[in-house]
Each structure stands twice: as structure tokens, then as C-alpha cells.
Design a protein around this ligand. Structure first.
Ligand code: MN
Ligand code: MN
Length: 327
């Protein structure tokens, strides 16, 4: 908790199973800055509330500055420096997901920390500036701090681009400009991975809404562990972990869940409002298989011999992946 905002994190230290991803929930006031920094992990983010301005430079040193609103995403690859600043009227809350469970938001390369630990004569030689001018440098890291709300976006973009021009890479995904991937009576899903969000080469995600009485169908992911964040509503998840072992737990807004690669699971909406949650994967592409599509694309006699169900029951199963039932 600092002037300008707060953050809280869930890493492998708090949630031992979450080896491949870690998450940070962060709130910034209008004008509040998550300072210029970078880190060893790649950063994927979704805006949960409000508005923010994000900045970066790409690997060619070209600038990227844009404004992000609720539902939008961003992605910064490893080692790419960036910042986040809350905008009017009430700043922003966002969720950061890192492609390393061991990652901590408190172990990043911060501009102020770096400068505070570099001798002023070195900085003066590096910048071609007087040592006296370096005396105003911060004595310790800032991490999050309060500043004035920035002016118009276009002016910031122009100033940052200079004569070099802006980056051709888009580090942001504007959700409103993309169609929902699948909508059923039970809910909807948006799948965002490197096929529609090009820069996001190490993180894929599904934003899932389950209406009351709906169920995120029985399924599994062949390619990656699943890191979950519950945005709103209440749900109950069961994970089947082989050998006759299973675990069921209730989740509510702000909770984090984790499912190891290939383990089957389902999520029920236990409330009377929409359940909204994120499925995040350390992978450039989203992949899942549903129980229904497996059984309906296997020879019927083989399936019926296993399950003791009749042909009519088998025929009534969805042939394609539904994601959220009912269809
Ligand atoms: Mn970051
Ligand atoms: Mn899943």
C-alpha cells in the first residue's frame, strides 16, 4: 500500500501448485504511477476497472504509448521496459499475470532503484550532465507513487516517438474490437492468444462468463497448466486428479485457482448472478478438449461399452465443444 495505489500478489510461495504462473492485482489512483521498470518474466494483463495509460519501448527502441480501458489487455515481453499510470476519473484496477510462478512483482528492475544505486559521477558521465543535476535523483525506489494525471494521449505519443517514429508492434488488445469466441444459453467465452493478439507469444487466455445454473463443461487442457482468477460471482470447481482422487472448492471474486496440465475439471455457477473468471495459460496458443466432443467423436459402440449408456443418450451429447452448458 503506497500513496498512489496498492498491489497484492499470488506466487508459488503463497500457492505452492502454481509453478508456471504468478499473478498481481494492482490498483492505481488517477495519476498514480506503477513506475518505469522491467522484469525477467513476460507480463500479461487485463484491465478490471477504470482507465490507464501504458508506455513501453520495443526491442528496436521505438515507443509505444496507449490508453487502456476496462476489459482490454496488454502484454510486455521479458526485458521490455514499461509503465502504467491511472487516468481520470478514478484510476484503474488491473490484474497482471507472469509466465513464471516464482516471479515476484517486488523483484523488478525499477528505474528509481537503479538510479539510487548508481554513483552520481557515473550518471553524470553517462548522461553528459553535471553531477549537481544528478543530486535530485531519488535516494530509494518508488515502485508506486502519486503524480499528476497525464495530458492528452496524442501529445504523449508524439513526444515519446520523437524523430524515430512509434513502434509498429501493438502491445495492447482492445477487447471491444473483437467478437466473442463462443456464446451459448449458459454463457460465453472470449479466447485470446497469439492468433488474435500477436505479441502474446507466451500467454493465452479465456475470459469466461457462466450464467446462473450454467456450467463450464467437463474438459482438460493438453498443453499447459491453467491459472485462474475469479472476477465476479461465485463458483464451485472440481478437479479430478487420477487415482480416484478429486478436490472440490468454492471460489469468489478475487480468488485464484490452479489446475495442472491435463487434469480434467469443471466449474459450476453457485450464485444467482453471472460468474466471470479468467483461464490463463503459459502458452502461445489456447487448447482444450471437452468430454462431450471426445465421446461424440469416438466409435459409439466403444463408448457405450464403457459407460452403459444407450445410443439416444450418446446422440444427444454436443458434437462440438460448447464451453459453457447449456448449449
Ligand atoms: Mn511490469
Ligand atoms: Mn479449464
Amino acid at each position: 500500500m503506497q500513496e498512489g495505489g496498492w498491489s497484492r500478489e499470488v506466487t508459488v510461495r503463497e500457492l505452492a501448485v502454481s509453478k508456471s504462473m504468478a499473478g498481481v492485482d494492482m490498483r492505481l489512483t488517477a495519476g498514480g504511477i506503477r513506475e518505469l521498470h522491467w522484469h525477467t518474466a513476460a507480463e500479461w494483463a487485463i484491465m478490471l476497472y477504470g482507465n490507464a495509460r501504458i508506455t513501453a519501448i520495443d526491442a528496436d527502441g521505438k515507443s509505444f504509448v496507449t490508453d487502456i480501458t476496462e476489459g482490454d489487455l496488454w502484454y510486455f515481453p521479458t526485458g521490455i521496459p514499461h509503465s502504467i499510470q491511472g487516468l481520470n476519473p478514478d484510476g484503474a484496477e488491473f490484474l497482471l499475470v507472469f509466465d513464471d510462478g516464482n516471479f515476484s512483482e517486488y523483484e523488478t528492475v525499477l528505474l528509481t532503484d537503479w538510479m539510487a544505486h548508481t554513483p552520481h559521477d557515473v550518471l553524470s558521465a553517462n548522461f553528459g550532465a553535471s553531477q549537481q543535476a544528478m543530486e535530485k535523483m531519488p535516494k530509494r525506489e518508488k515502485f508506486i507513487f502519486q503524480a499528476a494525471v497525464p495530458g492528452p494521449l496524442a501529445a504523449d505519443q508524439k513526444a515519446a516517438a520523437g524523430s524515430r517514429g512509434a513502434s509498429s508492434q501493438d502491445f495492447a488488445f482492445r477487447t471491444i474490437q473483437h467478437a466473442v469466441t463462443k456464446r451459448t444459453k449458459g454463457g460465453e467465452v472470449r479466447i485470446i492468444d497469439s492468433s488474435n493478439f500477436k505479441v502474446s507469444t507466451t500467454i493465452a487466455a479465456a475470459v469466461v462468463t457462466v450464467h446462473p445454473r450454467g456450467i463450464r463443461e467437463l474438459h482438460w487442457h493438453p498443453n499447459a497448466d491453467e491459472w485462474q482468477y475469479f472476477i465476479s460471482g461465485t463458483g464451485r470447481m472440481t478437479v479430478f486428479a487420477t487415482g480416484g482422487r478429486a478436490r472440490t472448492a468454492d471460489f469468489q471474486a478475487g480468488d485464484v485457482g490452479y489446475i495442472q496440465k491435463t487434469l480434467p475439471h469443471y466449474i459450476q455457477n453457485t450464485g444467482d448472478t453471472d460468474l466471470k473468471f479468467l483461464e490463463v495459460f503459459k502458452s502461445g496458443f489456447y487448447q482444450d478438449l471437452a468430454l462431450s466432443e471426445w465421446l461424440s467423436h469416438t466409435p459409439p459402440q466403444l463408448v457405450m461399452a464403457h459407460l452403459g449408456i444407450d445410443k439416444a443418450t450418446l446422440d444427444a451429447m454436443p458434437k462440438d465443444e460448447v464451453v459453457v452448458m447449456p448449449e
